[in-house]
Design a protein around this ligand. Structure first.
Ligand SMILES: [Zn+2]
Length: 81
């Protein structure tokens, strides 16, 4: 399992970026960030995307993947800075 660089969701099936930093066009089940699109096409940094997503209510793209006792604060700690 892989970690989302934006929201810290740690159950991505595929890595967002490949070894040479090539985007893998993976959409996060939690925040919906898509590598290669939101960063390159839309020009957003991870922090900017996270900020926008939180302001929109931090809604999960796939609610079925959301843990029962979910805490965004805890999840964000998964991100290595
Ligand atoms: Zn995410």
């Amino acid at each position: 399992m892989f970690i989302c660089n934006v929201c810290g969701f740690d159950k991505l099936e595929w890595p967002q970026y490949l070894e040479d930093d090539e985007p893998n066009f993976v959409i996060c089940d939690c925040c919906g960030f898509q590598s290669g699109y939101d960063d390159l096409d839309q020009g957003l940094t991870f922090d900017e995307y996270l900020d926008k997503w939180i302001k929109r209510g931090a809604i999960w793209v796939d609610e079925s993947k959301k843990p029962k006792k979910w805490s965004l604060e805890k999840q964000l700690k998964n991100i290595k800075k």
